[in-house]
Design a protein around this ligand. Structure first.
Ligand SMILES: C[S@@+](CC[C@H](N)C(=O)[O-])C[C@H]1O[C@@H](n2cnc3c(N)ncnc32)[C@H](O)[C@@H]1O
Length: 242
């Protein structure tokens, strides 16, 4: 894969902000050929330390609500300032994805990289908690850590070197996710599949000195990567008349 947009920002300094496999590259592949209109108002849901929000504002020209539960919005504001992004280009928001504080139909689109599995496994989540904030016809682009083929009844030992079975409950294959999002009455499925990005984004993560990266090395160095992938989900909110 080539990543002409995110390669510019995948510097050692900025990569200290990643919280998992390089989210800028995952997002860039996720949004290849995307259908989000120019100048859209976009929610970056579970934005972490803001790298993907920065990319959405700088390289795609969207107005971005950088929304996250665990990360400090003031730190993210400082980062956006350092990157030359104004308060009208990126707006950091501390919020729980299950109780979003926005006006109904506020967003033209939602983009979510490496976080939806924390709150979106509930089949009712889309209709009850997220779609109300998306305008009719608006798009949702999601990528999450996934499995090539679900094997939770017989997890390979390589996976269990770094992760518990409970942690693996958040990791599923594309068919599993298709069944979850199919439950929505208000979204049509545009695509569910897998990204090509895997080895490269993992390699950048495993080089980090962070505790979770060091712990993830045990499984990945034992070959667990062959069971894993990144699942891509693209949805479009139906119109009320549909
Ligand atoms: C693995 S980190 C990824 C962060 C970022 N997207 C990235 O790739 O660098 C997962 C993120 O999901 C966010 N998250 C988890 N549960 C959430 C919730 N209920 N509402 C909003 N954000 C949530 C966390 O705050 C965390 O920043």
């Amino acid at each position: 894969m080539n990543y002409p947009l995110s390669e510019k920002y995948s510097t050692p300094d900025l990569l200290t902000k990643i919280m998992g496999p390089n989210p800028m590259k995952l997002q860039e592949e996720l949004l290849t050929g995307h259908l989000i209109p120019e100048k859209s108002v976009v929610c970056d849901l579970g934005c972490g330390q803001g790298l993907t929000s920065m990319l959405l504002a700088k390289e795609y020209g969207f107005t971005v609500y950088a929304t996250d539960l665990w990360c400090d919005p003031e730190n993210n504001r400082r980062f956006f300032d350092e990157m030359g992004l104004s308060e009208t280009q990126v707006i950091p928001v501390k919020a729980d994805a299950t109780a979003l504080p926005f006006e109904k139909e506020f967003f033209d689109a939602v983009v979510s990289t490496d976080s939806y599995n924390f709150f979106g496994l509930d089949p009712d989540y889309l209709d009850q908690k997220l779609l109300p904030f998306v305008r009719e016809g608006g798009y949702i682009y999601i990528t999450i850590p996934g499995m090539k083929k679900d094997c939770h009844d017989n997890l390979p030992p390589e996976l269990l070197l770094s992760w518990t079975p409970e942690q693996m409950d958040y990791v599923h294959d594309a068919d599993y996710w298709r069944a979850i999002v199919s439950h929505s009455r208000n979204a049509e499925i545009v695509e569910v599949g897998e990204l090509k990005s895997n080895e490269e984004v993992w390699a950048e993560w495993l080089k980090q000195a962070k505790k979770y990266a060091v712990s993830d090395r045990k499984s990945m160095e034992a070959g667990a990567g062959k069971y894993l992938n990144f699942v891509k989900i693209v949805l479009r909110k139906k119109s009320a008349q549909a």
